[in-house]
Design a protein around this ligand. Structure first.
Ligand code: AMP
Ligand code: MG
Length: 341
């Protein structure tokens, strides 16, 4: 099959309407979408990605009105989160309506929903006329795709269409955040952060102070009863975000025996923060390096850097660990998962 790259929303929407998959950009990462009312179309997502069927999908909507198709449970807490963070990179988990396909929810009685803050994505959903189920547009286990080029690398010949932004000529233009959405479970008594993401935990806690992190829950013995009734995110048990290169986390460059004569790092990459590094000291040591001026830039470039290193057949990527707060914690979460064997 030939993969069409287009900036024409009408063409992309017609593929979706006819039950085909398309990849499209959002403010987080590229999504691989199918219409929610066709099991045949949804099945194609799992096949194309190589995604385990017990890992549920996020439904993307273009207006709050569409939420009533998916859930009857919009309580005060969810309403607060919606008002503050939608449209945006926050996925909320609700009790699902019976009509939603089990392929989307992997048999859970809950459904994950998000309204993207990227006009092209919401216009696309709006044109199709029904919500779109879309996980990240990468082969399972790989770093998420943050440009049209990344999607091509994973799915060229496997999907019929990639929608790209008309405002960018090049196919290597990156999505804004470069990290997936934050996932919060609102289906129980206690709101729980299930996946760290583009919106930091602290930002959400400002709006709902009783938000807790699933890791905190996990470490509290008395919480076992809550854990048994609230489904955690099935996707969290899988290896994720991994380049082919080995990822090694370092607190600072001083942990490496660097000098200008060093040949040990020629097939290596380095990504870190500008502020903590003397850029002259290692310029010719790594095959590829990226110094970011902020944690936001680090997050936006991380997966792209992983993929660039892979295309240069780099064997080891050293990643400087970011500060352990805000978006730094999200980046740390991705780095840890990417570094697992
Ligand atoms: P992806 O779209 O590939 O970024 O992954 C979506 C994430 O949302 C995965 O980690 C899923 O396990 C999680 N997710 C989707 N639906 C649910 C749900 N009903 N309950 C808990 N987690 C979910
Ligand atoms: Mg994913």
């Amino acid at each position: 099959m030939e993969t069409l790259i287009t900036d024409n929303i009408e063409i992309a929407a017609s593929f979706l309407r006819s039950g085909e998959l398309i990849a499209f950009p959002t403010e987080t990462v590229y999504g691989l979408g199918a219409r929610i009312d066709s099991d045949e179309a949804l099945q194609k997502i799992f096949l194309a990605k190589g995604r385990p069927s017990d890992n549920p999908l996020i439904i993307h909507i273009s207006s709050q009105g569409e939420l009533s198709l998916l859930t009857d449970q919009i309580d005060e807490l969810s309403q607060k989160l919606i008002e503050h963070f939608w449209p945006g990179p926050l996925t909320l988990i609700f009790k699902k309506k019976r009509s939603i396909s089990n392929l989307i929810t992997a048999g859970l009685d809950t459904v994950a929903v998000r309204m993207p803050a990227f006009d092209l994505a919401t216009s696309l959903i709006n044109k199709v006329g029904i919500p779109i189920a879309a996980p990240s547009a990468n082969r399972s286990g790989r770093p998420s795709a943050t440009s049209c080029e990344h999607v091509m690398n994973d799915f060229n010949g496997l999907i019929p269409c990639i929608l790209k932004s008309p405002s960018t000529n090049s196919i290597d233009c990156l999505t804004k955040y470069g990290l997936e959405s934050t996932v919060v479970n609102c289906s129980g008594e206690q709101p729980i952060l299930l996946r760290m993401g583009s919106i930091p935990f602290e930002e959400i806690q400002k709006v709902i102070p009783n938000l807790i992190h699933y890791q905190t829950l996990n470490s509290q013995k008395e919480s076992q009863s809550i854990l048994s009734v609230i489904p955690l995110s099935p996707g969290m048990k899988y290896r994720h975000y991994s380049p082919q290169a080995k990822v090694i986390l370092i607190r600072s460059l001083s942990e490496l025996p660097l000098d200008n004569e060093s040949k040990a790092f020629t097939s290596s990459g380095f990504i870190g923060l500008e502020a903590s590094v003397d850029s002259h000291s290692f310029q010719n040591i790594f095959q590829k390096s990226l110094l970011c001026s902020s944690v936001e830039e680090y997050g936006a470039n991380l997966f792209s850097f992983f993929r660039d290193c892979d295309s240069e057949h780099i064997q080891t990527i050293f990643c400087e660990t970011p500060p352990r707060n805000g978006l730094g914690n999200t980046i740390m979460d991705r780095l840890i998962k990417a570094s697992l064997d």
